[in-house]
Design a protein around this ligand. Structure first.
Ligand code: C2E
Ligand code: MG
Ligand code: MG
Ligand code: MG
Length: 291
């Protein structure tokens, strides 16, 4: 009877469940194909020094255009890649691709630095370290050219494993950044333990900064905290000149955001301005969904 009841219960919920599950399975399947057919691409968003106005580097951001021609946000498909075990091969592919672009950039811009987002899953084993080391060697790049961004979640998962991976990456002279700072948990203890080179203030604080005294106080406090630990601060999601000026007054070190330049394919980088203070940013050179 229990068995039948279980089955009855299942039958009641199955239609609802399967619709969602089916959509997810379909997306995962299409994504697997996209990975195989190299249909994923990478966009780059410029990062500027707020002390000199100079272009300092770029953040690589994954892009996926599905079969229907729609841009799917990495926020939607990264979790799928993680669940289906595809994040590791995709990160390997991305490293190869992005470092070959980086190599080219550094020929005309010697201290250009590239930031890559690393999933919490990748911070749990040595594979990432091997992969980074191999890619750097293959493209004859020094570790300092590369920065890996991880969120606080990466440290919470298994702090000991993440700690080992961080140490190994530091041995390669690769920089570490904490991404989306302020949105996770236990930020302060992890800041001390993992001693990143940079901390990226989440764009939600930047967005609220001009109108909300609370957000402004938080941004100011984060900048002071990070500086007192001898680390640098990056503000993300800078969309207006007002935000830029406020961040500059607060001593923020680096900025990125639509105001300075959108994420765009490598071919579109001819439009990227070399200095924020002497050139007016071409804000809307590359607009559209999924940017
Ligand atoms: P994130 O690393 O915090 O990246 C910043 C996100 O903010 C990007 O969204 C970027 O397009 C967007 N953005 C930049 N400037 C502005 C602005 O001025 N205003 C607004 N409203 N948004 C801005 P995107 O590209 O959709 O990426 C979302 C998240 O997906 C990233 O957040 C990152 O966590 C993840 N992600 C992207 N690429 C990769 C990757 O290669 N590997 C992994 N593991 N995660 C990735
Ligand atoms: Mg990031
Ligand atoms: Mg971020
Ligand atoms: Mg963010």
């Amino acid at each position: 009877a229990a068995k039948r009841q279980g089955r009855d219960t299942l039958q009641t919920y199955t239609p609802v469940l399967s619709e969602q599950t089916l959509a997810k399975v379909r997306m995962a399947k299409e994504l697997r194909l996209a990975v195989q057919q190299a249909a994923l691409t990478v966009f780059y968003q410029p990062v500027y020094s707020l002390h000199t106005g100079r272009l300092s580097g770029a953040e690589a951001l994954l892009r996926w255009r599905n079969q229907a021609g729609e841009w799917i946000s990495p926020a939607d498909f990264i979790p799928l890649l993680e669940e289906s075990g595809q994040i590791v091969p995709v990160t390997d592919w991305l490293l190869g691709r992005a470092l070959s672009h980086l190599r080219t950039w550094r020929q005309s811009w010697p201290d250009f630095r590239l930031a890559l987002n690393i999933s919490a899953i990748s911070m749990q084993d040595r594979h990432l370290v091997n992969s980074v080391e191999r890619s750097l060697l293959r493209h004859r790049l020094e570790g300092q050219a590369l920065e890996l961004e991880v969120t606080e979640t990466a440290f919470i998962r298994d702090p000991d494993k993440a700690s080992l991976v961080c140490d190994e990456l530091k041995r390669l002279a690769v920089d570490l950044a904490v991404d989306d700072f302020g949105t996770g948990y236990s930020s302060l203890i992890y800041l001390k333990r993992f001693a990143p080179d940079r901390v990226k203030i989440d764009r939600s604080f930047v967005a609220g900064m001009v109108n909300s005294p609370g957000d402004q106080a938080l941004v100011r406090a984060i900048i002071e905290l990070v500086h007192s630990l001898n680390m640098k601060v990056v503000a993300e999601g800078v969309e207006t000149q007002e935000q830029l000026q406020l961040l500059q007054q607060m001593g923020c070190d680096y900025v990125q955001g639509y105001y300075c330049g959108r994420p765009q394919p490598e071919e579109a980088w001819v439009n990227v301005v070399p200095n924020l203070f002497t050139h007016r940013p071409l804000v809307d050179t590359w607009q559209g969904l999924g940017q």
